[in-house]
Design a protein around this ligand. Structure first.
Ligand code: GLC
Length: 430
């Protein structure tokens, strides 16, 4: 169920942590797509130590980044659980030198820091024979000969095995939802290999609510969740309803030593601004090393994002999505009392910035991170017909923030608009 804390949340940290951090391969997909054999992939278990892992320091870093919640992989499509599950031996407690319940450490650390707890759980399990006991609905045997991890690949279906698999998922979710304190959010993934009917999604959703009626569910449940999760491509116009944009910090979800394609803090700040000014939030991914340390480059981006948010926090927290780009050529947010508008400036203004269609008079404009006051003038206003005219904010010489500069526009009252055009002599509609 959608919760107020999630509506208010602006940043979450996504964590892809697992045995795939041992070598230099992608999470689960590497064996599925044949980049490495299943056996070699699983051999990574031997190298997964979590030897320097300190989840408290992770949680502190997430806080410093400005996050309200985090979401960690408790089990990816490879089926390797990061927790002590009695329903499968394929878990890091039994199969790796780490030999600890990492979900326990994670949930405790988050709860101690006052962060909301999100758990990623892959519905797909490419290690479990019960998972590959049926074909994706609508797919024939012949079409699925190569689908050795997701289907019986030419063999007959065993529907009762599939039933067992669904029970297995339910059992693991019960462990996760009852043994680690409050779980605030479940982040499912991999719904696409089965239909809502095969997953029994309506019943599944109900079942999860019997474990915690307040848990927020992402909608990678064939649409049966609470919010949308656009991945990698930022929504251009924003989306209806609640949404969360998830993105990698380089090109990989999990840690890959060969991936040096890091986004800059400036790019991440811009993406974050795009999310919050369009009414969404960002789930920014990190991929810790197998020993639990975090690459300096990932830490740097998180810290810089946190510094930017801290310098501009009143434009971020407690605000709602802003104006359309027709009114202001940049991002914007609006304060909860609707009396302050925040304009996000991404480039140095050549002269004055233009703000259109705001009827409520402007009391004062200042640069948020320095407090510097800026001059505002109007052109084209027709007070007798309610046409506000264009406000010009003289921002050419203002001191910019290194990533994005926020202007605080204080209004004389609640924001009101006139989104029409000038008066008189328009073409008549004949
Ligand atoms: C994709 C991938 C997966 C990754 C996820 C994160 O669905 O299957 O590897 O964990 O995106 O959003």
């Amino acid at each position: 169920m959608m919760q107020q804390w999630f509506r208010d949340a602006k940043l979450g940290i996504f964590i892809h942590y697992g045995i795939y951090a041992v070598g230099d391969v992608s999470e689960s997909w590497s064996f599925h797509n044949g980049a490495i054999s299943y056996e070699d992939y699983m051999k990574q278990c031997e190298g997964f130590t979590a030897s320097k892992l300190d989840m408290r320091s992770w949680a502190k870093l997430f806080k410093k980044a400005g996050a309200q919640y985090a979401v960690m992989t408790t089990k990816h499509h490879d089926g390797v659980a990061l927790f002590d599950t009695k329903y499968s031996d394929l878990n890091v407690v039994k199969k790796t030198p780490a030999a600890r319940d990492l979900v326990r450490e994670y949930t405790q650390a988050l709860q101690e820091e006052g962060l909301k707890v999100g758990l990623y759980y892959s519905l797909i399990d490419w290690s479990d024979p019960r998972y590959r006991s049926v074909y994706p609905e609508g797919k024939t045997k012949e079409e699925s000969l190569d689908d050795i991890y997701g289907s019986p690949a030419g063999k007959d279906e065993e529907p009762e095995q599939w039933e067992r698999f669904l029970e297995f998922n339910n059992n693991q979710l019960k462990e996760l939802m009852t043994q680690y304190g409050t779980v605030d959010l479940l982040w499912f993934d991999g719904d696409w290999e089965r239909s809502p009917k095969q997953w029994k999604m309506p019943e599944f959703r109900e079942y999860l609510h019997t474990l915690n009626p307040n848990v927020v569910l992402n909608s990678r449940m064939q649409g049966y969740g609470d919010y949308q999760t656009p991945e990698q491509g930022i929504p251009i116009y924003g989306l209806d309803g609640e949404w969360e944009f998830c993105t990698t910090i380089n090109d990989s979800w999990g840690y890959r030593p060969s991936d040096n394609e890091y986004k800059t803090p400036g790019q991440i700040v811009r993406m974050f601004c795009d999310c919050i000014t369009l009414g969404g939030r960002m789930l920014l991914d990190i991929g810790p090393r197998e020993d639990g340390t975090i690459d300096e480059r990932q830490e740097y981006v998180l810290t810089e994002l946190g510094n930017w948010i801290d310098d501009n926090k009143e434009a971020v927290y407690g605000t709602t999505k802003g104006l359309s780009y027709h009114q202001f050529l940049g991002g914007s947010t609006i304060s909860a009392d609707k009396q302050t508008l925040y304009l996000f400036v991404y480039d140095r203004p050549q002269e004055a910035l233009c703000l259109k269609g705001i009827k409520t008079p402007i009391r004062r404009v200042s640069v948020l991170h320095t407090g510097e006051e800026l001059k505002v003038t109007y052109t084209g206003s027709l007070p007798w017909s309610g046409i506000p005219g264009t406000a010009w904010i003289w921002a050419k010489d203002m001191e910019l923030h290194s990533y994005a500069t926020v202007l605080k526009v204080e209004l004389e009252g609640e924001i009101t608009y006139n989104l029409g055009h000038g008066e008189g002599w328009m073409m008549s509609e004949k």
